[in-house]
Design a binder for this molecule. Structure first.
Ligand SMILES: NC(=O)c1ccc[n+]([C@@H]2O[C@H](COP(=O)([O-])OP(=O)(O)OC[C@H]3O[C@@H](n4cnc5c(N)ncnc54)[C@H](O)[C@@H]3O)[C@@H](O)[C@H]2O)c1
Length: 262
């Protein structure tokens, strides 16, 4: 194994929801590995700040407002990125939202709204880039599922449904796009310290229950998403397709001993 199997020089990567949380770490990791990164998010202030930071580091990038739930925006932005850089090699489907609400209190429109971002948006981004990737016979689709794509949880039924859906799409894309040289894999983060979990992080009892429940006995730092993303984006993972890689410190595959969280 030589170091250059992780080199992304000459590759163009799109990251959705790149300006916050895990997306920010993912975009930086791809740039550090040599990729040109198309930064996209609905938060335009954060996006401007991210672009300035990339330019200060000398990393080639573009920045576009993009709501993944908006079909017109998806197509326009993907085509603009392809025409600007001449290629698209990597898509990280990172943008996502959570709804913490008992199932019986969740309305159809809340469910549909979550699906339109976490599932339809991810589906549409993938289909929009697939033709551009197929032209070069090379592509990497990496989709953010969750431990909630593997297990269920009370109070998160809509999010759990969407994240299980991401795993299904990942496997179907692996089958459909594999013959075109495009791989599709999913990542399943456990508990990371990001804005999505800001409320949970204020609850010391919950913070400790996650620590106890996780075999590595801690929450993840956002930087810990970088290695798996670069691996799945790079030549190092050339024959890895349709997989669901958990980044959760062992949480989703273990049963807690008595007194070790729930
Ligand atoms: N943080 C965790 O512990 C954790 C665990 C499991 C899975 N995930 C998944 O990882 C991904 C990133 O999570 P995060 O913790 O960084 O979230 P976050 O809320 O901290 O950041 C999400 C980013 O996505 C952007 N965004 C939101 N809606 C968007 C839309 N419609 N179109 C484009 N961008 C949009 C936001 O502006 C923000 O920059 C999500 O898919 C999430 O479900 C996170």
């Amino acid at each position: 194994m030589t170091q250059n199997v992780f080199d992304l020089s000459g590759k163009v990567a799109i990251v959705t929801g790149s300006a916050g949380g895990l997306g920010k770490t993912i975009a930086k990791a791809l740039a550090e590995a040599g990729a040109t990164v198309a930064l996209t998010d609905i938060n335009t202030d954060a996006l401007d700040e991210q672009k300035a930071n990339f330019e200060a580091n000398g990393w080639e990038c573009s920045a576009n407002r993009l709501d993944v739930a908006n079909e017109t925006e998806r197509k326009a932005v993907v085509d603009e990125i392809a025409s600007r850089f001449g290629r698209i090699d990597i898509l990280v489907n990172n943008a996502g939202v959570i709804l913490r609400k008992p199932a019986a209190e969740t309305t159809d429109s809340e469910f549909t709204n979550l699906l339109s971002i976490n599932l339809v948006g991810l589906f549409g981004m993938t289909t929009a880039v697939s033709g551009h990737m197929a032209k070069n016979g090379y592509g990497r689709i990496i989709s953010l599922s969750s431990i909630m794509g593997h297990i269920g949880r009370a109070g998160q039924a809509t999010y759990v449904a969407a994240k299980h859906g991401v795993v299904g799409l990942t496997k179907s894309f692996a089958a459909e796009y594999g013959p075109l040289g495009i791989t599709s894999n999913a990542i399943g983060p456990g508990y990371f310290r990001t804005d999505m979990n800001a409320e949970l992080l204020k609850d010391e009892q919950f913070v400790q229950s996650v620590e106890l429940r996780t075999p590595l006995r801690r929450w993840a730092d956002p930087d810990e998403i970088a290695g798996p993303i670069v691996f799945l984006s790079a030549p190092a993972s050339s024959f890895v397709n349709g997989q669901f890689l958990m980044i959760d410190g062992g949480l989703a595959v273990t049963v807690p001993a008595p007194g070790q969280g729930s």
